[in-house]
Each structure stands twice: as structure tokens, then as C-alpha cells.
Design a protein around this ligand. Sequence first.
Ligand SMILES: C=C1C[C@]23C[C@@]1(O)CC[C@H]2[C@@]12CC[C@H](O)[C@@](C)(C(=O)O1)[C@H]2[C@@H]3C(=O)O
Ligand code: AKG
Ligand code: FE2
Length: 325
Amino acid sequence: MVVHSLQPQVITSVPIIDLSCKRSHVSDLIVKACEEYGFFKIINHGVSKDIVSRMEQEGLDFFAKQVLEKQKIGPPDPLGYGVKDIGFNGDVGELEYLLLHTSPEYVSEMSTFISNDPKKFSSILNDYTKAMRELACEILDLMAEGLRVHDRSFFSSLIKAVDSDTLVRFNHYPSCKDMYHPRHSNRIGFGAHSDPQILTLLRSNDVEGLQICMDDGVWVPIQPDPNAFCVNVGDTLQALTNGRFGSVRHRVIANSLKPRMSMLYFAGPSLNTSISPPPELVTSLSPCLYRPFTWAEYKKTTYSLSLAESRLDLFRSHKQNNVFA
Ligand SMILES: C=C1C[C@]23C[C@@]1(O)CC[C@H]2[C@@]12CC[C@H](O)[C@@](C)(C(=O)O1)[C@H]2[C@@H]3C(=O)O
Ligand SMILES: O=C(O)CCC(=O)C(=O)O
Ligand SMILES: [Fe+2]
């Protein structure tokens, strides 16, 4: 006899996908995870530990500097060094961060303000960016395979462009020594939001704090794993999959006794890229959910709104019977 429990299901873990398993199996698991959570962790991803630890050390060295030194980079406009203020619309969090573009020209220009050894810094950042781009492309190809999209590089080609608008971010959440003080319960490190880009690859040290939001509004804590990457579906991938994948709302609660440091790679297309789904994902039963838009248009809207706002809703197609793709 099957006993149906009336208790709400408590999700204690999110999908952890081993990239070294059989390709067809992995692509199906990725599609399932993106449909159910818009989020998964990957292990055995093939990124060298050395690249990750050298990048982490650069972040640690930077945050260990005196404030005046860090401020030499300039306030986030949106790129730069920020403390507590996030974006331009009054959001705040218990963190400091460094937000950078990944174009080699930008990196070489900024590295003199970031590191005492700018050549070393640019070389490490460029190596990390290359490793993340390869990993993100591999994941996007697996998604296309799992979705049975004929052109397997439909999604990955968007982030391969030389002028792709891809960012790297280091976030540092200082420890909270006084965590049992009522003022410090549920300190918001980074408020709830979805990432606007196509895909985010997040790596953190072994300090907890990241949470994802389920459809029923329940926040699920993500166990930190320095050897894994967390993969977030971004708003643009939600539009590119015609809503099959949902961008995940997430946040960071910075209650920990230990400082958390995360490194994020936000894979975005070039500014003039038009965002619309491949023909296989648009049918008469599932017409285009969003009107076509460029990444530049979407990015501008993103920066005009605060963190928590659902910006993709503003791009919903009103004439859903029209097939735009
Ligand atoms: C409040 C904001 C910060 C943000 C731009 C925005 O207006 C809304 C989205 C935010 C976000 C979240 C993901 C990334 O961390 C980020 C760099 C991005 O592309 O969108 C940030 C923006 C930011 O911190 O500049
Ligand atoms: O720092 C983290 O762990 C997540 C931060 C985040 O979601 C972001 O920077 O967009
Ligand atoms: Fe995010």
C-alpha cells in the first residue's frame, strides 16, 4: 500500500551532477535540474584545482588590503570595488566585493590598481576566465542536447563571442563574531535576486550562506563545497529556453563565524545579441513567452531596478499566439 504523507516535503539537498558520467545521462539530469530548480552543483568538472586556488588567493590578497588601497579601483559604476552598496537603487548587504569585466583589455588596465603584481593578476584572471568559459560552454551544449535542440551550440555560441559581456565577481562576507546578538540574526549578505545573464558559475570557500528559493517560497540552504561549482540559470537563459528553465532566486545570509568568499562567473552575450529561443522550443502549444530583446536592452532595465524585482516579466510577450522565433 502506498501511504501518501500530508506533511510538506522538505528539500534537504539539490542535484549534484557528476560531469564525468555518461554524456546522455548527464544532459538529461541537467535538464531536469534546470526545470525543477534552475540550479545544480557540478563535481568532477575538470577545472584544475591550481587555477581555482590561485584565483582564490588573488581575492584573499585583495580583500586583505587597507581600505584606501582597495578604493583606488574606484566605486562600482557598476564595475569596481564596493562595500555594502549593491547596484544603484539602494540595495545593501553585509559584504565587500570586486566586480570586473573579463575582456583582457579591461583586465590589463585594472590590474595595476588591484594587485602589487599586475602581470600575475591578469594572467591568473585570464586563465580562470578561460577555464570558466570552457566549462560554461560545455554545460550549455549539454543543455541543448538534453532539450533536443538541433544546433548543439545554439546557447554556447552566445557566450563565445570575443565581445561577450561576461563578468567576474569576488564577494567577501566578513565573519559575524557576535552571531547570537538579535541584531545579527539573519544578516542579509546579498539580498534575494535572480542573475540577469545566461549562466552563473559560483565557487565558494567552505563557509555556508548561499540559499535558493523554491517555487513555494521555501529557502533551501546550499552546502558549501570548494571542489564543486554551483550553476545558476540566469534570466536570459529562461528567455532563451522559452520558460522551460527558470532562473533561480537566491540570496546569501551572512551569519557565519567564518568569513565567506565566493567567486562568480556571469556568462553573458555581447550587447547587441538578440535574445530569442531556438525554433524547437517554440510551438503552437508553447508560443513565445517573451518578446525578442537585446542583451543591452535587458541590462539597462536590470540596472534601473532593484535586486529583488522580477525584470523578465517586463519582457513578456502580450501576443502569445505570434511566433517570434
Ligand atoms: C541592484 C542591482 C545590482 C545588480 C544590478 C541590479 O540593479 C540588479 C541585478 C544585480 C546583479 C545580480 C547578479 C550579479 O551579481 C550582478 C553583477 C548583475 O549582473 O546583476 C548584479 C548587479 C550589480 O551588482 O552591479
Ligand atoms: O556570494 C555569493 O555566494 C552569491 C552572490 C550572488 O548571488 C551574486 O553576486 O550575484
Ligand atoms: Fe546572484
